[in-house]
Design a protein around this ligand. Structure first.
Ligand code: M6R
Length: 589
């Protein structure tokens, strides 16, 4: 979490420039922000609580400067206060740093520095970075001091550092993402590409345990050995507008609507590539699907899809729990990591565990060039384009589509799978029309004041019920829970009272009768039944139609819930793009 960005070049408005770039990273954290800019003998520092998008360039002007760095925060150590906001500095504000991640040995380093007389101004783990660089600067130059300091930090971090009057940005990476952008005689370095996408498409990725010195060029080093490292420039082909809202009120609704196209893009893969990976799955001695949050629910859906389509069992483990399963891993095991960002710390840790056991790793990611993409043996890109809203929507359905395709390929029926998914994509296009959205908006108006709601499903729709609950929770802040329909009678049905909204996910086939019976059980206790189904059923109080697409039903069933969550958020005056307490990319454990 946290977005970091630095600029060095001929532009004279470096502080404003960095602030503008940070607005593109705000999805990574948005409880406070700050910027440091070079004023020659000292650094100017400006920090604020709240969203960086609230910054008013007319009210707050910055002096001329050609080098700056900044940060948009998602708090880990220390509350949301100006003192805890980044950048952090040494005591005379000549060195400034911004940090994404966690310095796990900060306690020990802080003690060492306090013993030397350093005074800490914040409760963060990050402040030790500025003071430790300062300490090393007593006996060496800034670049060497920063390099020495970086060697000592444990944990996952991305750090940017600068010193007053030294024309240099130092950027170091251990675990958290950092990408260098190469402009015309100017350099950018950020946690994610959208920060500088308007200015260049030429990028250089820092790998783990690498540091770059940006001055009149880019100089990469290995943090541990200090030796120079060769890097190449990669040309990315993202479109600027794909990272912008366009005419939509929010990224979330834009990204929901993009699902008209994204399924096509996800399944537009080389047959040979899909078949090669299907072979790996078939010969694996245990396949583990790993993901966090929504990606974890996608994995659960895939477990059902693989069972049904390929008659194959795959194990599903949430990323943070995976280390406890490592004893089951063999060299011949295959770990499939599912992630939109490719940077989720818990999933990355699961990959590390798998690699230590010499198991093969396949990543299914959206962000090309992300850590997972680069650290896996195989990688499949879902090609959904930048997903900016914190709530995952288009990435979710694209991940399900690609996993469905793999299941078909495992059963030697790749073309059949493609045909089904192409048909599904066409039906999503028909579904996402203004009347459909109005129908869901009307439902949101009806249920917006409820305190709790429930979602039930059976088989693959059980996984989607869990995902639906996440969507509703994270943007509407209504208490929502997902259950397997059959589980209700074992306890949760006690929660149903008169008018409680209960969404029932139905698809035609062998699960229909059971889930409709579960819906009747809820209705008999006063529940208000919202049916998401191909046809209207007598038990429904409100029907949301979805196309009948067989085993691809999870893809179409989640879309109306995404829309419902969005409209509930807007009606309840929440910002659906930046829900409270959350961040898009969870790069801390
Ligand atoms: O980038 P990832 O797919 O690895 O992210 C995993 C979760 O943090 C993410 O899916 C989260 O649950 C979303 N906010 C849900 O909408």
């Amino acid at each position: 979490m946290c977005g970091i960005f630095a600029y060095l070049g001929p532009r004279k408005n470096a502080a404003e420039f960095v602030i503008h770039g940070l607005t593109k990273l705000e999805y990574r954290g948005y409880d406070s922000w700050g910027v440091a800019y070079d004023e020659g003998i000292k650094l100017g520092i400006y920090r604020q609580i709240g969203k960086i998008s609230d910054y008013d360039p007319v009210k707050t002007k910055f002096p001329e400067s050609t080098m700056a760095l900044g940060h948009s925060r998602w708090a880990t150590h220390g509350g949301v206060t100006v003192a805890n906001a980044h950048p952090h500095t040494n005591s005379d504000s000549t060195i400034a740093i911004v940090h994404n991640g966690i310095i796990e040995n900060f306690d020990e380093l802080k003690k060492e520095l306090v013993d030397k007389g350093y005074v800490f101004k914040s409760q963060t783990d990050s402040e030790v970075i500025a003071h430790l660089i300062n300490e090393y600067c007593k006996t060496m130059d800034f670049e060497k001091a920063a390099k020495e300091a970086m060697k000592r930090f444990e944990g996952r971090y991305a750090v940017l550092a600068m010193k007053a009057g030294e024309r240099k940005i130092i950027a170091a990476r251990r675990g958290s993402p950092l990408i260098v952008g190469i402009g015309n005689n100017e350099y950018f370095v950020a946690s994610d590409i959208p920060a500088f996408l308007e200015y260049t498409r030429k990028v250089m990725y820092l790998d783990d345990n690498q540091l770059v010195v940006l001055n009149n060029g880019t100089h990469f080093f290995d943090i541990t050995t200090g030796k120079p490292v060769e890097k190449r420039v990669v040309e990315i082909n993202w479109k600027t507008e794909s990272a912008e809202k366009g005419n939509f009120a929010h990224f979330m609704i834009k990204e929901i609507m993009e699902q008209k196209d994204t399924i096509y893009r996800a399944i537009n893969q080389e047959d040979s590539e899909i078949e090669k990976i299907a072979e790996e799955i078939k010969k694996a001695y245990g396949t583990f699907l790993i993901g966090c949050g929504t990606a974890g629910k996608v994995c659960l859906a895939a477990e059902y899809i693989f069972a049904k389509v390929a008659k194959r069992h795959v194990n599903v483990v949430v990323g943070s729990e995976f280390p406890s399963h490592q004893d089951f891993l063999k060299e011949k095991s295959l770990v499939i990591a599912v992630s939109q960002s490719g940077e989720t710390a818990d999933t990355l840790e699961a990959i590390e565990v798998a690699k230590k056991k010499k198991s093969k790793v396949l990543s299914i990611v959206n962000v090309e060039g992300s850590t997972m993409d680069r650290e896996s043996d195989y990688s499949l890109h879902i090609k959904a384009g930048p997903e900016k809203a914190v709530a995952s929507t288009k990435a979710t359905t694209s991940q399900i589509a690609i996993l469905t395709l793999l299941a078909y390929a495992c059963d030697g029926r790749l073309q059949e799978g493609k045909t089904l998914l192409i048909d599904t994509a066409g039906k999503i296009n028909d579904m996402l029309n203004p009347r459909y959205e109005e129908h869901i908006h009307a439902l949101a108006e009806k249920i917006q004041h409820h305190e709790s709601m429930y979602v039930i499903g059976k088989a693959v729709n059980y996984a989607i019920a869990l995902e639906a609950a996440i969507k509703l929770q994270e943007v509407s802040y209504i208490h929502a829970e997902g259950f397997a329909g059959g589980e209700l009678k074992h306890g949760p049905i006690a929660l149903i009272s008169e008018g409680t909204p209960c969404i029932v996910l139905v698809s035609n086939g062998d699960t229909r009768t059971d889930i409709l019976n579960n819906a009747r059980e809820v209705k008999a206790r006063g529940g208000f039944i919202i049916g998401v189904a191909p046809q209207n059923e007598e038990v429904f109080d409100y029907w949301i139609k979805v196309p009948d697409v067989g085993i691809a039903s999870p893809i179409v069933n989640i879309i109306p819930i995404q829309l419902l969550a969005y409209h509930l958020a807007v009606l309840r005056q929440n910002n659906p793009d930046m829900p409270r307490n959350l961040a898009k990319s969870v790069t801390v454990k």
